[in-house]
Each structure stands twice: as C-alpha cells, then as structure tokens.
Write a protein that binds this ligand. Sequence first.
Ligand SMILES: Nc1ncnc2c1ncn2[C@@H]1O[C@H](COP(=O)(O)OP(=O)(O)OP(=O)(O)O)[C@@H](O)[C@H]1O
Length: 283
Amino acid sequence: MSRIPKEPVKLVEVPSTNKIPERDIDKSPILECRHLGIDFGGLSAVKDFNMAIGRTEIAGLIGPNGAGKTTVFNLLTKVYQPTRGTILVDGVDTHNMNTVQVNKAGIARTFQNIRLFDNLTVEDNVKLGLHNHIKYGMFSGIFRLPNYWKEEKVAHDRAMELLSIFDMGYLAKYKAGSLPYGAQRRLEIVRALATNPSLLLLDEPAAGMNPSETAELMENIVKIRDTFGIAILLIEHDMNLVMGICEGIAVLNFGQIIAKGTPDEIKNNPVVIEAYLGKQKEA
Ligand SMILES: Nc1ncnc2c1ncn2[C@@H]1O[C@H](COP(=O)(O)OP(=O)(O)OP(=O)(O)O)[C@@H](O)[C@H]1O
C-alpha cells in the first residue's frame, strides 16, 4: 500500500463508460462499474468509478502511486465490499458475492506481490486454480477411487496445456518457490487462467521484469486474449507495455478517474501529464 495523497484532485468531465473496441461494441460489456466507491475512515480511496470493458478488450488502469488502482481490483474481486456503487460481471450484479463466488462468476486475478504456494510444485499450483472444475468428491479423493484418478488425469492434462502457453511444461515438477522471479510471475498468470475466467485482472505483471522479459510478456498477454477470447484489465507502471497493448486506458488519480481513452488520447492528455509530472510552473 502506498502513501496517502496530499493534494485534492482537479475534476474534469469524463464519459461514464470506456470506448469499447469495435469488435466488442455489439455485445454487452464483460465488466461494468457504476459509481463505484469505497471509504476507509475519512479517506475516499475510490470515488465515482465508472468503467466498461469489452468482452475481448485489453484495458489498462494507470495512475500515480497511491491513486487507488489496487483498491479497484480489491473491489472487483470482493476483497473489499464497496461502500457505494454497482459491479456487473457479464451483466450479473456481484453485490452479494464473496471472493470465491466472484471468481466463479468469471473474474480471476494476479497480485502485485507474488502469491504462490512455494513448497508445492508448479503443476500443483496450477491444479489449485482448477479446483472449481474438478468433480470427484472427498470420499473418492481419500480412498483414491477410479473417479479420482480419472479427474486427476483431466487436471494434469489441463495444467500441462495451460503451462504450455508460457512454454513452462518442463518446469511442472519443480517447486514454485525455486523458479526465477519472471517465471513465478508467469505461473501466477497461468494459475489465474486455470480458474477459467472471462476477465483476467493483472496487477503490475511486468514489475521486476527486465526489458526482454517485459517484451515477451506483452506478446503473451495478447496471445492469452486471442487464445482464450477473454478480456484483460491490467494495472501497470511500465508505459511501454500499457501503450503497446491496451486498447482502452483509464487514468486514476486520488481515487478518481481523470481521463479515459485510447493510448494516443491518454498520452497527449494534459490532465494526465500533469497528474504524472506535476503542474509546470509558469515562467
Ligand atoms: N485497507 C485499507 N485501509 C486504509 N487505507 C487503505 C486501504 N487500502 C488502501 N488504502 C489507501 O487507499 C489509497 C489507494 O491505495 P492503492 O494501494 O489502491 O493505490 P495504488 O494506485 O494501487 O498504488 P501503487 O501504484 O503504489 O500500488 C492509499 O492512500 C492507501 O493508503
């Protein structure tokens, strides 16, 4: 978590929804946030957050440190319950859902700080993501009945298929904690994909990666979207990544969206430049 912002934000008019990419325009959005907000004591960490994401869109959520980006992810995944507003996932209001139910409804995420089970193998970490889809009961599991082995084979095959997205199949039997940093970040994405999401939230996926790892990650994010036909919303400080692959971008500052648009619109928006660089002193 980051420092508390000190200055009030300059308010600007913004449209209530993103511009959804053309190929998604005739379908309902996969995610819609309406007037979403959360207060922590006296601090409104997120205020009047409105956003729509197309079914196969790669969207970005950017903003200075402490702007409220991770808090938005925590609201979408119900780590936090919103103080105000509505979240619709595939048209369904998540008001009464908890984190597990929201995952089943179609939202999966990765975290800013890697959260793998270090002592489990790479394959087992992926299988944990598959547990929503494994059908054997506790009895079959304890006594290793035929149904257990059948489902285990299905889970193994699916885990290996998912690992192959990042060419990580050869690492399946290694402990997750023994992988290099970049591979651990990739494994987190694979595990999230194992839950079969329709919207994947990536919290700073390129953090700590070197430029060649980041370039590969960019290709892989696009590949995931194309292969699975899902939407991806990412928080990222690496502007090359954001501007390179996001179709729609929302900029958050002091908990509020200050601009939305395509990468070109965002790059040239004076309000965004000011939020990142501070107001230029007049000569
Ligand atoms: N559980 C909480 N209790 C109190 N304040 C919180 C809590 N969670 C977040 N905040 C505050 O909300 C604000 C937004 O934090 P958040 O972590 O969402 O920012 P961020 O944009 O993700 O920052 P960064 O880019 O540095 O990760 C910060 O001022 C933070 O201190």
